[in-house]
Design a protein. Structure first.
Length: 181
């Protein structure tokens, strides 16, 4: 298996950007991987990262396991939005700190439902830090041709300047094993 760079997004506008969108995804890989370093304008320590495919916002389910610096881990069903993908830092976390996430999407060209999994960590100098793992399903038969990432807690949240997202294509080897080159 090999990992190939597809696209990179960096928010350069000081006033931020509403969404991060990968609009041209080649149909030549087995899986996809998104690496995100982000922060939103939500008036809280953390924000939820929403993921949607092909501009479709329906037929999603997700669950996540969350642990913070002040409480034990708890499992939640995604009630915030039907497409919870990860978590990131927000406006009241320490200045200039960014949450880090990876979202893996196997078999994105399949004619079956598409699963996705995320892992995230946010930064904070006190309680309220979080580590999250998530699992989701998009129940659609179409291949994924575009991906949109946005803050979920409020439709008005934007990604702040210097947020980055990088998309990689993963190709399985002929024997199905993974080797990154």
């Amino acid at each position: 298996m090999s990992m190939t760079f597809i696209a990179h997004i960096e928010v350069t506008d000081p006033s931020g950007q509403a969404a991060l969108e990968f609009t041209v995804i080649p149909q030549t890989y087995t899986d996809l991987l998104i690496v995100l370093s982000g922060r939103t304008t939500r008036g809280a320590i953390n924000d939820y990262v929403g993921i949607s495919f092909n501009a479709n916002t329906s037929n999603y389910t997700a669950r996540f396991l969350y642990g913070s610096g002040s409480s034990t881990a708890t499992s939640y069903t995604d009630s915030i939005a039907p497409r919870y993908g990860a978590e990131t830092n927000a406006a009241t976390s320490p200045a200039n700190t960014f949450g880090n996430s990876q979202i893996y999407i196997p078999n994105y060209r399949s004619s079956n439902a598409k699963s996705f999994g995320g892992n995230s960590v946010t930064e904070n100098n006190a309680t309220g830090v979080s580590m999250t793992i998530s699992a989701g399903l998009w129940n659609d038969i179409n291949a994924i041709t575009s991906i949109k990432l946005q803050g979920l807690a409020s439709g008005a949240n934007t990604w702040v300047q210097y947020t980055t997202a990088t998309l990689y294509g993963i190709t399985a080897g002929s024997d199905g094993t993974t080797t990154v080159s």
